[in-house]
Design a protein around this ligand. Structure first.
Ligand SMILES: [Zn+2]
Ligand SMILES: [Zn+2]
Length: 389
């Protein structure tokens, strides 16, 4: 499979460079999904467009079992600083997370599997919009695709990869269990009573109250949670006031929550509410709203075993490494919550040159593309032949 993927290497690289040159941010992947649909149609796939706004679902083969493989397509609102021939042509938009590589790789997988002739089951391809952002109603691309029926019918396994610039080409990282954090947002306002800065006794100062609430929020992970349960509560924005001598009416606070277990998620929500209750005991009030984001991504142990076996055969067991720790969010968890599955990290590092994800110098070493395509295609094929996990 790796040899066959190498024969497609130039094509997959050309796809990636084309997507890289023409990046589109979440839910705006119009050009990308049009091109993806065109290629999939030419390969003989059954193609459904506009699934979850700008997403594409395509199928090869028929009947059970069904394996769904997902690539995300969105870029980031960032100005590219790389001087390469395929640098972004769109000012202020850049593929700085490698989703151009994911899209190109999955098109390669579709071609590899189309070459197989009749498949012993169905491969469903998800080309997903908006992994990095949510829409106005708080839904990311995976959630929107699921609402539009992407996971309808019986799906037996889900599969995805994410490139990693921390890992050399030819290596992957994968592990069972929680593999990325669940993420929620909270939006709160501390409501006081504004007035003259020289007459604080006639006001309810929301800035003063906010100091206590910020401390209480910091105490959630250090004092309320089991130290063995990873979680984060971070405040990312705080806004209040305009003038030095005016006590404002309110303080707005915006924060993010990361967690691995739903019981921890519940506890954090409860404790955030308790923290804001301080506003009442100090004479003010508050409003608090949670936006439920994506769930934690849990890698299924059997799916992980299968990927490890396939990757071991293709790249050698010594290049199949355990995962690194982290609470980064990944909305693939929405799919793998509905059908057992796993995501692995694919090494895409340039030799002696680390490019951080979400940085204006990020880039993917094209050498990783055939490895990614071969591992995904071979995993799908072995799963279909086996019939179940
Ligand atoms: Zn990203
Ligand atoms: Zn990403």
């Amino acid at each position: 499979m790796l040899e066959r993927a190498r024969t497609l290497q130039d094509k997959i690289i050309a796809y990636r460079h084309d997507f890289h040159k023409n990046p589109e941010v979440g839910f705006n992947e119009f050009r990308t999904s049009a091109k993806v649909s065109e290629i999939l149609t030419s390969l003989g796939c059954r193609v459904r467009k506009n699934v979850g706004k700008t997403g594409v679902v395509a199928e090869l083969g028929e009947g059970q079992p069904v394996i769904a493989i997902r690539a995300d397509m969105d870029a980031l609102p960032l100005q590219e600083d790389n001087q390469v021939e395929y640098a972004s042509q769109i000012p202020g938009v850049m593929h700085a997370c490698g989703h151009d590589a994911h899209t190109a790789i999955l098109l390669g997988v579709a071609e590899l599997l189309a070459m197989e002739g009749k498949l012993p089951g169905t491969v469903r391809f998800f080309f997903q919009p908006a992994e990095e952002v949510a829409d106005d109603e708080g839904f990311s691309g995976a959630q929107r695709m699921i609402q539009d029926g992407a996971m309808d019918g019986e799906v037996d396994m889900t599969l995805a990869l994410h490139v990693s610039s921390l890992l050399p080409v030819g290596q992957i990282r994968i592990g069972s269990g929680p593999s990325s954090g669940g993420v929620d947002t909270f939006r709160a306002s501390i409501l006081g009573k504004g007035g003259h800065g020289a007459r604080p006794q006639e006001t309810v100062d929301p800035i003063y109250i906010s100091a206590y609430i910020i401390l209480a929020l910091q105490g959630i992970s250090s004092r309320k949670l089991n130290p063995y349960d990873p979680a984060v509560v971070s405040i990312g924005a705080i806004h209040a006031g305009h003038a030095e001598n005016v006590i404002p009416n309110q303080v707005d606070i915006l924060g993010t929550i990361r967690y691995m277990k739903h019981t921890v998620q519940d506890l954090i929500h409860e404790e955030i509410k308790n923290s804001f209750e301080i506003a009442r005991s100090l004479g003010g009030d508050y409003s608090l709203k949670f936006e439920i984001g994506t769930p934690p991504m849990i890698n299924d142990p059997k799916a992980v075993d299968l990927i490890r076996q396939v990757a071991g055969d293709l790249i050698g067991n010594e290049n199949v490494l355990p995962p690194m720790d982290g609470l980064g969010a990944e909305d693939f968890g929405c799919f793998s919550e509905l059908a057992p599955g796993a995501m692995f990290n694919l090494g895409c590092r340039f030799e002696d040159d680390e490019r951080m994800h979400h940085n204006s110098h990020f880039d993917v070493n094209d050498g990783c593309l055939p490895f990614g395509a071969a591992i995904l295609a071979e995993t799908a094929l072995r799963f279909l032949k086996r019939g179940s996990l």
